[in-house]
Design a protein around this ligand. Structure first.
Ligand code: ZN
Length: 442
């Protein structure tokens, strides 16, 4: 999931058992045909590059009137509800414009994008939500229903965005309650206070966070597993490392000039990292927000001990850069209470039975030699951090009741082909309930 700026919707995914294969193929078909039609109508203009003989070809995407022509053209040979044509058109145009953005930046070639996956965007006009199910119109007067009764989240009084439907799952964006948004004076006056009343105000909402090189993973029984992707941050570091390597060459020839460049790019890198981590910290607060934020607590591993691990190159390699990690914790601390817990064996302890798997190296999945649990290593670590925040040891009964039994989190498949996929039982790894990836802002 790619999130521009600060989102107000959280996407929940869950399985359905509709068999609509023919429909999905038809939709993908017209989607690709539409992309082709738009592609053929693109106007290319030449632009000279300053200081070079070469010229660049820049695209202009056809306008709204063309959308209308396409719509009429596709409606004549479409057997499903007309709104699906609008949905496909919207998707086709957004695919083309995102291709354009990337092409202009130089990240994409002048090649028509092709949709390979089966998915449909369900427009508001195609669905209706009654308390326990979503009704989706496939053909005129022909509907399918998706059962929502077993969901683990509340939709009461929350707006629902346009879901994405795949052959096996539905991804449903649900508006965050107004209390979860950052206070904006104008908005607060207009919006009524949150309707949800705290059931037990004394309860502390604790979220344990495990940080790694590529993600920060959080766990709490009320939010499930939250994965915040840090790959863009890693990309940022790689970019600047390469820049610094080039500056090394300059430095060897001209020290003064080299020093100047080091300062300039070093500062620029730090600023961009800090900026990005600020967004991540905000996101951590947003995705975990409870109706009574004063009682919220975020748990991280204690810093000093992590610094000792610095000599351990293998571990160092897996973890988030020390300075970045320290900065992230302090940025979260500015926004909400933070507790630090002992980092001792957080990833090697089984969060179900408390057994130690000393043999664990860098595998993605933690396997417990005692109780047989198979679980994503980062989720396992964040559950352990959560338990340490509460000052309790892992207990099978608690784990089974919270993560497996009815009313717990939906279990997801062990094969990690997709960040959110189905689960079958105790021996399967879980998948994140919430997945966030913030783009690098330039
Ligand atoms: Zn175990």
């Amino acid at each position: 999931m790619l999130v521009r700026s600060v989102p107000t919707f959280k996407t929940y995914s869950f399985p359905h058992n509709l068999s609509l294969d023919q429909f999905f193929y038809s939709y993908r078909n017209i989607l690709n045909q539409m992309i082709g039609d738009i592609w053929n109508q693109i106007q290319w203009r030449e632009k000279t590059i300053r200081g070079k003989k070469q010229k660049r070809l820049l695209p202009t995407i056809p306008s709204y009137s063309f959308k209308k022509t396409l719509r009429n053209q596709y409606l004549t040979r479409w057997e499903y509800a007309a709104h699906w044509v609008d949905s496909a058109l919207k998707t086709a145009f957004s695919i083309i414009s995102s291709w354009k953005k990337n092409y202009v930046r130089g990240n994409r070639k002048r090649k028509k994008p092709v949709v390979k996956r089966c998915f449909v965007r369900v427009k508001q006009t195609l669905m209706k939500i009654s308390d326990e199910k979503i009704r989706i119109t496939i053909k005129p007067h022909q509907h399918v229903n998706i059962d929502l009764s077993k969901r683990y989240f509340s939709i009461k009084g929350r707006r629902i965005g346009e879901p994405i439907l795949t052959p096996t799952k539905i991804h449903l964006p649900i508006e965050e309650t107004s209390s979860t948004k950052k206070p904006q004076p104008q908005q607060q006056q207009k919006k009524p206070p949150p309707q949800q009343q705290p059931a037990a105000t004394a309860a502390v909402d604790r979220i344990g966070w495990d940080s790694n090189k590529f993600s920060v993973d959080g766990f709490s029984p009320s939010h499930g597993w939250i994965k915040i992707d840090l790959k863009p941050l890693h990309t940022l570091h790689v970019t600047y490392d390469n820049k610094m390597r080039n500056i090394n060459k300059v430095y060897s020839k001209n020290r003064r000039k080299g020093k100047q460049l080091y300062r300039k790019y070093g500062k620029r890198c730090r600023n961009r990292v800090k900026n990005y981590l600020r967004h991540i910290a905000k996101q951590i607060i947003i995705v975990t927000a409870s109706p009574f934020p004063a009682t919220q607590q975020h748990g991280f591993e204690k810093l000093e001990k992590r610094q000792m691990n610095r000599k351990n190159k293998h571990k160092w390699n897996r973890e988030l850069n020390q300075a970045d990690w320290r900065l992230l914790v302090s940025l979260v601390r500015n926004l909400a209470p933070v507790v630090e817990v002992s980092p001792f064996y957080t990833s090697k302890t089984c969060s179900r039975c408390g057994g130690l798997n000393k043999a664990l190296r860098s595998e993605r999945v933690f396997e417990c030699p005692f109780c047989g649990l198979r679980i994503d290593r980062q989720l396992n670590a964040s559950i352990n951090i959560y338990l340490r925040m509460r000052g309790v040891s892992p207990r099978r009964e608690w784990f089974d009741a919270t993560l497996i039994a009815a009313g717990g989190l939906p279990l997801m498949g062990a094969e990690r082909s997709d960040p959110d996929e189905l689960a079958r039982g105790l021996n399967d790894a879980l998948k994140p309930q919430v997945y966030v990836r913030l783009p690098l802002t330039t």
